[in-house]
Ligand binder design. Structure first.
Ligand code: SAH
Length: 374
């Protein structure tokens, strides 16, 4: 949307308070404004408990702009996938996964991704740009409204958000943290910190910064028990190897809090799924606060040369971890019939020129991250 007006969805509550103060209005009106925006989803002229003068100022200077849903797919298992347009040539995917006791929204943080994990389809797209706060929280805004149309028929509430869509959230930390603050704000979506999870491949300095900025839940994409293998699967490991990453994870949550990091481990046949790998993984967590390991069956995509480990291999791997007193769960694959499962999100089809541009941008980001390796 091309406009000079400020987008109200770009602001967390402190930001709205500042905006109102700048307009000569009391900052505490931010509470009401936030409710109108996020809880009631109403346009400015419907915000009846704000003065006419304030509504006029808001109309003159601001807009409420959110991503446009370009397509919607619903899986046989009830999973929704939306393709959302965030500007010319830029699209992201957002997925809603209903379960018996919760509804999880999987939200994107970037258009494409620069990290090039070898088993992830988003990597094949290259990198375009970071999403704004409005484009991140806008995915929640749009999904909540879309799902409420179904209410009465089904119980489809967004109770959890995971930053596990397209992109690396910790390469867009400031915008992601603000958007998560809106998710957790009682005047907006009111989700508890346990129900908002950021997933990272391990951008260590940003992880340290995140710890001081937000108390959301954390998932770390581990995928390998040693550096040689992790270097291949998650190339950012060359910059921040396992011991560097785990030393930050070790005291990420205060000991008394009983909160634990979830480590994600994608199961790739013949690559990282042997009992020897399980043993190495167990040794890696020696002297670490009890981790929770989430085994993710690999979801294939057209250009991938990996295969998912067999069910019996995954079960044996899990059994080895459980026998060593680690908590180990197996993620249920959802929405794979509509390519909405982990690692299958690619946004839109982009033409050849755009794709080249994005691959170049991804290479540039990688070079900025690890110049010594390029
Ligand atoms: N960049 C972030 C968040 C996006 S990916 C991160 O790396 O954590 C969310 C999760 O899906 C990560 O654990 C990622 O490694 C996993 N994933 C990626 N591709 C996958 C695939 N093809 N099959 C299964 N899981 C995959």
């Amino acid at each position: 949307m091309s406009t000079d007006k400020l987008n109200l969805l770009n602001y967390d509550r402190d930001g709205l308070a500042q905006l109102l103060t700048d307009m000569g209005e009391p900052g505490y009106r931010a509470n009401q404004l936030m409710q109108w925006l996020h809880q009631y989803g109403q346009p400015i002229d419907a915000m009846t408990n704000l003065s006419k003068v304030l509504r006029q100022k808001l109309t003159e200077n601001t807009v409420i702009a959110y991503p446009e849903v370009v397509s919607e797919h619903c899986s046989e298992d009830g999973t929704y996938k939306w393709l959302m347009k965030v500007g010319p040539y830029n699209h992201v995917e957002t997925v809603f996964i209903p379960e018996d006791d919760r509804g999880t929204l999987c939200v994107s943080s970037q258009v494409g991704c620069a990290l090039n994990c070898s088993f992830c389809s988003t990597a094949t797209q290259g990198f375009s740009r970071n999403l704004t706060v409005a484009e991140i929280i806008g995915q929640v805004y749009v999904a909540v409204r879309r799902l409420s149309r179904d209410n009465g028929k089904h119980d489809r509430q967004v109770t959890n958000v995971v930053m596990m869509g397209m992109g690396e959230p910790l390469l867009n930390t400031d915008n992601v943290v603000k958007a998560m603050a809106i998710m957790m704000d009682d005047f907006a979506y009111g989700l508890s910190k346990r129900r908002v999870t950021l997933s990272t491949s391990g951008v260590v300095p940003e992880l340290i910064r995140l710890k001081g900025m937000s108390d959301v839940s954390l998932a770390v994409s581990l995928h390998a028990p040693n550096d040689t293998l992790r270097d291949q699967l998650v190339p950012i490991n060359k910059k921040y190897p396992l011991q560097t990453l785990l030393s930050v994870c070790r005291d990420y949550f205060p000991k008394h809090s009983r909160r634990r990091i979830t480590y994600e481990y994608v199961m790739l046949e013949g690559v990282n799924d042997s009992l020897a790998h399980a043993k190495e993984l167990i040794a890696l967590f020696n002297n670490m606060p009890a981790p929770k390991i989430n085994l993710i069956p690999f979801n294939p995509f057209p250009q991938s040369h990996y295969r998912c480990s067999s069910r019996s291999t995954i079960l044996a791997f899990q059994a080895a971890l459980l026998a060593a007193d680690l908590v180990a769960t197996i993620r249920k694959t959802r929405g794979d019939d509509i390519d909405a499962a982990c690692g299958q999100l690619v946004g839109d089809f982009v033409d050849k020129t755009k794709r080249r541009e994005r691959m170049l941008k991804a290479a540039q980001v990688k070079q900025d991250l690890q110049p010594e390796l390029v």
